[in-house]
Write a protein that binds this ligand. Structure first.
Ligand code: BTX
Length: 325
């Protein structure tokens, strides 16, 4: 109901929608219309009511509620169902539960704040209220287990393209899961699986995007490595607009991926990857390797050539670019 009402108000940009028209479309009384308008107002919408003219939307809050996301969504499947919570420990956790309940592909779990947001290897992800995007998308691709890392790379490409389209800012990808703006981390991607033997049931793609935080909002331990779109450009962005843009980009890339495989995605990824062709240090649980980042395989695995000329396949690591040549 609220969603339809919002759609109607938004569709009449700067114009009035009469109470009668709303009550006809929603099939409810004028008093019920007033109640829905009041609910929207308490959620932060500024709505003007003028006798004989009707209602006019003056301002929407920067919320990541289903109403705000769905009224901007252009994708057909991804993000069509939004599971929203003001505060969650982790959207990943909730998306795992949704996936286990046999949620349809494309379900998106969003929280305004995470109290226990997580990164890889048990690390934490700083997710304060009101300024960033913390979301987890459920996909159900019929692909072999070892191909799952490709979806992290696909997501990175989709997120970078969405940011560029929505904000004009050009971000880079650092293998495998970081998106950087001016050398600092603005987005982290966490891909997790529900699988049995070598059969994937669901892929849960977690995305943490720093959007409107000010520089001083970042805690000391990450202030030197993290940034937000707003901290870099001085502008503020609609989080719901960015979520809708990410869903559309991901949907387009995902369709190509399912139909034609990883080839095109790989090319797109390589064109945005700042670590390729550079001397890097890769650290993971097996130790530290330094060498030349030759490229990625068709599976999305990073190839590192060490100083003895031996090529190593790196499945998971933290990468540091040691020099720019
Ligand atoms: P990662 O392990 O590559 O990065 C985690 C590291 O990034 C932390 O140890 C810290 O140094 C740094 N960091 C923490 N918070 C931030 C931040 N807000 N901005 C920049 N750097 C930060 C990356 O893991 C994957 C993160 C995925 C987060 C999403 S949010 C929605 C979903 N739910 C959830 O619990 N996780 C995912």
């Amino acid at each position: 109901m609220k969603e339809t009402l919002l759609h109607m108000l938004k569709a009449k940009e700067n114009g009035y929608v009469s109470g009668q028209e709303i009550s006809n479309v929603l099939n409810c009384s004028r008093t019920a219309v007033w109640k829905h308008v009041s609910e929207l107002r308490s959620a932060g919408y500024e709505i003007e009511a003028v006798q004989k003219k009707g209602y006019r939307l003056l301002r929407s809050p920067d919320a990541v509620t289903p109403e705000e996301i769905l009224s901007r969504l252009k994708s057909e499947k991804l993000g069509k169902k939004v599971v929203y919570h003001t505060s969650l420990k982790s959207t990943q956790e909730m998306a795992h539960l949704e996936a286990a309940k046999n949620a349809e592909e494309g379900v998106l779990v969003v929280a305004d704040e995470q109290t226990g947001g997580r990164g890889r290897l048990g690390r934490s992800w700083h997710s304060p209220a009101g300024t960033g995007i913390w979301m987890s998308l459920v996909l159900k691709p019929r692909i072999a287990l070892q191909k799952a890392p490709q979806l992290t790379l696909l997501t990175a490409v989709g997120v970078v393209r969405a940011i560029e389209k929505e904000t004009g800012l050009a971000a880079d990808i650092k293998w495998p899961n970081d998106i950087l703006l001016n050398g600092k981390k603005i987005v982290g991607i966490l891909t997790e699986l529900q699988a049995e033997a070598d059969q994937i049931h669901s892929v849960i793609i977690g995305m943490g995007m720093n959007i409107n935080q000010k520089k001083e909002h970042f805690p000391e331990d990450i202030a030197a490595i993290a940034t937000s779109l707003s901290a870099e450009s001085g502008k503020e962005y609609s989080r719901a607009g960015l979520i809708a843009a990410v869903m559309l980009e991901l949907e387009e890339l995902y369709k190509v991926y399912l139909k034609d495989g990883f080839g095109l995605i790989k090319l797109l990824w390589e064109s945005r990857a700042q670590s390729l062709g550079k001397r890097i240090t890769a650290r993971n649980l097996n130790g530290t390797l330094t060498g030349f980042a030759k490229g990625i395989t068709d599976e999305g695995v990073l190839l590192l050539e060490d100083d003895e000329g031996m090529v190593h396949s790196i499945y998971s690591a933290d990468i540091e670019i040691t020099t720019t040549t």
